[in-house]
Ligand binder design. Structure first.
Ligand code: KG4
Ligand code: ZN
Length: 338
């Protein structure tokens, strides 16, 4: 407690960001420190799990000190610790969990294990103080693509999932094929602005009529085939056109499925989250379609779309409010479902 406000520390280490945030009353950010390992993993073209764990271990104490300093609080002021316990890379998750447990035990602070995907959704509670469940959610990240009905804080029903690649994964793989490097999502986002989205007609995969499931691997393979065939013909590849055309294909399907879910379920609110929610073209397309259909669109600012500790702290706060406290047996669950 500080100045009469409840303080939550949120810890996130499920992939390649070592991130710790301090929140006041569950929804106000006092600090949000994110130490990214992108510069290390880009040399390998993707996240190397063993290297990620080692760097979390090296970084986490420094990130913790910085988060407390920036929030101008001490460990003794913290009322609750939230930590991502899955899904994610097991070795990476364990560093955050061990840190959270150590502080919880030493300082007698309640501990809450958080599902990373509920964290992503919760980023919107920080951004939009008026937002409360229930609402329709679209989750677009490196590991997940889902349409969900968020029934309550920390509770949702999955209406649709990807049957193969997650959308962020498809972005990263296409970026590799056209030589953009890791992480591909933000690089495709930028390059696509200079390209023609109608230059190449990549496949739009809608699956069965009314299905809210996704499939991106066919579109990704389409890009690979296009690049290979142009190379065989000795043609130069216009990477900006490829980026823009690929992006248009996957985003069109994603946006239309989310809009159709909202219409069929008579939902007037759509809440978007996950790393790909930072994409500028997705924002444009969603804003336009939601306006046409009279749907209220919520999304976090880009820094809260990608992995961060604040979203984890917020999700932990609402679990604590429901009495869902973890004990020191809290473990890592790499395949944890939403
Ligand atoms: O949510 P996130 O930070 O981590 C997971 O939980 O997976 O998402 C990371 C993913 C990566 O695939 C990354 O390429 C993608 O989000 N991403 C983007 C953008 N920023 C991050 N994809 C498209 N456009 C962006 N601006
Ligand atoms: Zn994430």
């Amino acid at each position: 407690m500080k100045d009469g406000r409840h303080l939550t520390m949120g810890i996130e280490t499920s992939c390649d960001e070592t991130a710790i945030a301090i929140l006041a009353d569950g929804r106000d950010i006092l600090s949000n420190v994110i130490s990214s390992q992108i510069d290390i993993h880009k040399n390998f073209g993707g996240v190397v799990p063993e290297i990620a764990s080692r760097h979390h271990l090296e970084n986490i104490n420094g990130v913790l000190d910085e988060a407390l300093d920036k929030a101008n609080v001490t460990i003794g002021d913290i009322d609750l610790i939230g930590v991502t316990c899955g899904p994610g890379l097991v070795g990476a998750l364990l560093i955050g969990i061990a840190t959270a447990k150590a502080i919880s035990f030493a300082k007698k602070i309640p501990l809450v294990g958080v599902n990373h995907m509920h964290g992503h959704i919760s980023a919107n509670y920080i951004e939009h103080k008026d937002l409360e469940p229930p609402f329709l959610g679209l989750i677009v990240s490196g590991g997940h693509t889902n349409i969900v009905m968020v029934k309550d804080y920390g509770s949702c029903e999955v209406l649709g999932s990807t049957r193969d690649d997650a959308i962020g994964e498809a972005y990263d793989k296409v970026a590799r094929v056209i030589g953009l490097g890791y992480p591909g999502g933000p690089k495709i986002d930028e390059l696509a602005k200079k390209g023609n989205p109608d230059a190449i007609k990549f496949k739009r995969v809608y699956l069965d009529k009314d299905s809210l499931d996704f499939s991106f691997s066919g579109t990704k393979t389409g890009v690979l085939n296009h690049v290979n065939s142009e190379k065989q013909k000795g043609n130069d590849i216009n990477t900006a056109d490829v980026a823009a055309s690929f992006q248009e294909a996957v985003l069109e399907v994603t946006v239309e499925k989310a809009i159709s879910a909202a219409k069929n379920l008579k939902q007037d609110t759509l809440v978007v989250s996950g790393g790909v929610a930072a994409n500028s073209r997705l924002s444009e397309m969603l804003s336009e379609r939601c306006k046409e259909e009279g749907i209220k669109l919520y999304k976090p600012r880009p820094i809260l779309c990608t992995d961060n500790g604040a979203m984890v702290g917020c999700a932990a706060y609402y679990k604590m409010k429901k009495g869902e406290i973890s004990d020191l047996c809290l473990d890592a669950y790499p395949g944890l479902e939403i």
